[in-house]
Ligand binder design. Sequence first.
Ligand SMILES: NC(=O)c1ccc[n+]([C@@H]2O[C@H](COP(=O)([O-])OP(=O)(O)OC[C@H]3O[C@@H](n4cnc5c(N)ncnc54)[C@H](O)[C@@H]3O)[C@@H](O)[C@H]2O)c1
Length: 277
Amino acid sequence: MKEVVVLVGSGSIGQAIARRVGAGKKIILGDLKISAANDAAKILENAGFETSTVEVDISSRESILNLIEHAKKFGEIKNLINAAGVSPSQASVEKILQVDLYGTAVLLEEFGKIISEGGSGVIISSQSGHRLHALTEEENFLLATTPTEKLLEIDFLKKISDTLKAYQFAKRGNVLRVMYEATKWGKRNATINSISPGIIITPLANDELHGPRGEGYRKMLEKSPAKRAGTPDEVGDLAEFLMSSRGKFISGADFLIDGGTTASYFFGDLQYLKKTH
Ligand SMILES: NC(=O)c1ccc[n+]([C@@H]2O[C@H](COP(=O)([O-])OP(=O)(O)OC[C@H]3O[C@@H](n4cnc5c(N)ncnc54)[C@H](O)[C@@H]3O)[C@@H](O)[C@H]2O)c1
């Protein structure tokens, strides 16, 4: 039996994190598209990692429980990485809330029940959650603590009509849910944190950069403090720290890694984006 790392969402960000925490462990690669998990497994196996793939839809509790059953066959689950998600240009309001908000909440809940003593996890949120207006104390409380099966019935979520708002609420919701769940994960001496990346170059972001909206994208990056997009490896380095023994005093926290873009959005050269975002 080995220590097990479960990665959900086998894209570039998830893989970068798995490479940093997965040596000598069994890495379970879950994805809605089994082909994405299999492709990632091939790359990782050729780099010396041990993997197993499984199809999973995080918007279904049954599917998450099936993932956990599969993972437990290989040993104790030491780490959870959630890098699965859908973006505002990929999915409807309902789908975004189901996958990014509800799915993440159920993952946190179910893995919180079985994560091994001293384990750790990271959830990939987004800078988009930081662009949402400030919520009231009650709204924060509801997003953090509403029982998962009632989460999508929250009144203010039902009123959302555009996909960017849905994504922003889902990602803010992730950060709040991580805080709530950290109190439970702590009972197993385990930590859970979220990372909110800015634009990170993945196949999807690359398509956007060279697609019809590419010019706007490139201008935004040029005007950001870092003057460039981020790389999956930079997110991986941060996640590695949070999930290692050096990160043991950090739990229920969110880390913005966006090259200063959010700072500039509120107070610098990127304030023009407020009109469109
Ligand atoms: N790339 C960026 O610029 C960026 C920036 C901020 C946040 N993020 C977040 O990072 C995460 C990973 O994004 P990425 O850029 O690596 O994208 P990606 O599309 O390469 O990876 C996401 C993976 O999630 C999978 N997935 C989608 N719905 C799923 C479901 N219901 N159940 C299981 N798997 C599902 C997809 O099949 C895909 O393989 C997402 O949550 C995204 O919102 C990305």
